[in-house]
Design a protein around this ligand. Structure first.
Ligand code: ADP
Ligand code: MG
Ligand code: ZN
Length: 473
C-alpha cells in the first residue's frame, strides 16, 4: 500500500532587537539567570506592556519578502495557559488578526521547484526557560527569555517529504538572515521548528491524523525526526492500527520520537484581545520605509550571479547560501575580477573549514584572498602553492605576500637555474630518458615530478614541461 506524507511546519524565529517586545529589558543571550527582567516581563500586577516598534518593522520586512498580505490593522491577544515559565499565566500573541497572512516561498528539491503556502505569521512574546537539575529534585526558572520577541510562521500542509520540509526550513532561515531580522542561531533557539506530520493512502483527499514533533534544533534533526516518524506511522497504518494524535519529542541521543509528558494536550487557550494593547496600525508610509530597506534576497542574488557574473547554477546556489558568504564572494571579486576562479577557490578551499554561516569567523579577509589569487594569475606562485599559502593564511591571518616572501615560495621561472636542474635530473635518470626518446612521452610526468620535489613545488609547471621536452629531444 502506498502512502503520501503530509507535513506542515510551525517556525518560531526570534527577532533581532536590543530590547524585549513589551519592555526595555535586554535580549542578550547567556546573561546570568533573571538579570534581564523587570516588572513587565515578570508579569507583576499593574505593570503595562508597551510594544517595541522594531518588532513590527521586522515582521513587515518578512511579510514583504514572502509575499504575505499585511493586515494594516492587527491585534495582540492573550493565549491563556498555566506553566511555571509563564509568569502572567498568559502569553501575549496574535490570534484572529495576525500581522501577516497568505504568504509563500519557492523551494527546490532534486531539481523540482514547488511553491509552499504560508498560512500566517504573527508576533508574540517568548516564555521563560525551566532549568532542570540533574542532582536535585528541583527545577529552576530563568525569566531572561520571557518577553523576547518572536515571529511565528505557520506553513500550509503543503510539504510532501522530509526533504521538502528541510528545504523549506533552510529557505526561510536564509531569508530571515538575509533580511537581518533574526540571527537564526538554532543552538540558542533563535530559530526553532515544530513539525506536524501525517500519512494518507495515495489518492485520498482527506488528511490523515497527525502528530506534532518538538525539540528539533538543527536541520539534520528535523530530517531524522521526520524520517523516523514517517516510518513509524507507516508501520502503524500497515498493521491496521490508527495513529494517535499527540505531541512527540525528538530524542537525538536515541534517534527516536517519544511522547511528551504532561503539558496541556487539549488546546483551550481562551484567546481574547489583550485589553492592555491597542491594535497595531501600519500605514503605507511605514511599509514604503521597510520596502526601501529590503536587501537583495537569495533567489534574486543567485540569478544575478548566473546572469551577470556568468556562474553555473551550482556555484551560484552555494555562494548565496548565506548573505555573509555572498558578500564575501563579491568583495573578493571586486578586487580580482574572475568570478569563476574565485568561486572555485572558495568552494574547494574555504568552505571546507568555514561553512556559509561561519564566514564571519574566517581570519582571511576578501582582500587577502584577492591578493592571493592575483599572485597565481601573475605566476608569482603556482596554484598548488596557493593552497598551502592559504592554509597558512587561515592559521595566522597574515597577508599572502608576507607568507610567500618569508617562506621563499616565489615560483621559479629563472630559465638558467631551472635548466641546470633539468639537466641534472636527466643525467641521473638515463633509463627514463631513453624511454622518452623511444616515444613514451608520458614519462615527462616523472621528470616534472622530480623537479617539483627538488624545488619543493616552486618550479613553474608549464616551464618545467617545456624545458624537459627541449632537453630530452
Ligand atoms: P495547532 O494550532 O493545533 O498546532 P494548526 O491548525 O495551527 O494546529 O496547524 C499547525 C500546523 O499543522 C500547520 O503548519 C498545518 O499546516 C499543519 N497541519 C495541519 N493538519 C495537518 C495534517 N493532517 N498533517 C500534517 N500537517 C498538518
Ligand atoms: Mg501546533
Ligand atoms: Zn522586562
Amino acid at each position: 500500500m502506498e502512502f503520501e506524507t503530509v507535513i506542515g511546519l510551525e517556525i518560531h524565529t526570534q527577532m533581532k532587537t536590543e530590547s524585549k517586545i513589551f519592555c526595555s529589558c535586554s535580549t542578550t543571550f547567556g546573561a546570568p539567570p533573571n538579570t534581564h527582567t523587570c516588572p513587565v516581563c515578570l508579569g507583576m500586577p499593574g505593570s503595562l506592556p508597551v510594544l517595541n516598534r522594531q518588532v513590527v518593522h521586522n515582521a513587515v520586512k518578512l511579510a514583504l519578502a514572502c509575499d504575505f498580505t499585511i493586515n494594516r490593522r492587527n491585534q495582540f491577544a492573550r493565549k491563556n495557559y498555566f506553566y511555571p515559565d509563564l509568569p502572567k499565566g498568559y502569553q501575549i500573541s496574535q490570534f484572529e488578526l495576525p500581522i501577516a497572512e497568505h504568504g509563500k516561498i519557492d523551494i527546490e528539491v532534486e531539481g523540482r521547484k514547488k511553491t509552499i503556502g504560508i498560512t500566517r505569521a504573527h508576533m508574540e512574546e517568548d516564555a521563560g526557560k525551566l532549568v532542570h537539575s540533574d542532582t536535585e529534585p528541583e527545577s529552576y526558572v530563568d525569566l531572561n527569555r520571557a518577553g523576547t520577541p518572536l515571529v511565528e510562521i505557520v506553513s500550509e500542509p503543503d510539504l510532501r517529504s522530509p526533504e521538502e520540509a528541510v528545504a523549506y526550513l533552510k529557505k526561510l532561515h536564509a531569508i530571515v538572515r538575509y533580511l537581518n531580522i533574526s540571527d537564526g542561531n538554532m543552538q540558542e533557539g533563535s530559530f526553532r521548528c515544530d513539525a506536524n506530520i501525517s500519512l494518507r493512502p495515495a489518492g485520498q483527499k482527506e488528511f490523515g491524523i497527525r502528530t506534532e514533533l518538538k525539540n528539533m534544533n538543527s536541520f539534520r534533526n528535523v530530517q531524522l525526526a521526520l524520517e523516523y516518524e514517517e516510518r513509524r506511522q507507516r508501520d502503524v497504518l500497515l498493521d491496521g492500527g490508527k495513529v494517535v494524535q499527540q505531541t512527540l519529542l525528538w530524542n537525538p541521543d536515541k534517534n527516536c520520537t517519544e511522547p511528551m509528558r504532561g503539558k496541556e494536550e487539549a488546546h483551550d487557550y481562551r484567546y481574547f484581545p489583550d485589553p492592555d494593547l491597542v491594535p497595531v496600525e501600519i500605514d503605507d508610509a511605514w511599509i514604503e520605509e521597510v520596502r526601501r530597506e529590503m536587501p537583495e534576497l537569495p533567489e534574486a542574488r543567485q540569478r544575478r550571479f548566473m546572469d551577470v557574473l556568468g556562474l553555473p547554477e551550482y556555484d551560484a546556489e552555494i555562494l548565496t547560501a548565506s548573505r555573509q558568504l555572498a558578500d564575501f564572494f563579491e568583495a573578493v571579486c571586486a578586487e580580482y575580477d574572475n568570478p569563476k576562479k574565485v568561486s572555485n577557490f572558495i568552494g574547494t578551499e574555504l568552505l571546507r573549514d568555514y561553512g556559509p554561516e561561519r564566514i564571519d569567523q574566517c581570519p582571511v579577509t576578501p582582500q587577502q584572498l584577492a591578493s592571493l589569487l592575483t599572485m597565481v594569475e601573475k605566476a608569482t606562485i603556482s596554484g598548488k602553492i596557493a593552497k598551502t599559502v592559504f592554509g597558512d593564511m587561515l592559521a595566522t591571518g597574515e597577508d599572502p605576500e608576507k607568507i610567500v616572501k618569508d617562506k621563499g615560495l616565489i615560483q621559479m621561472s629563472d630559465t638558467c637555474e631551472l635548466t641546470a636542474m633539468v639537466r641534472e635530473i636527466i643525467a641521473a635518470n638515463p633509463a627514463q630518458a631513453q624511454q622518452f626518446r623511444d616515444g613514451k612521452t608520458k614519462v615527462i610526468g616523472f621528470f616534472v615530478g622530480q623537479l617539483m620535489q627538488k624545488t619543493k613545488g616552486k618550479a613553474n609547471p608549464q616551464m618545467a614541461n617545456k624545458l624537459f621536452r627541449e632537453e630530452l629531444q
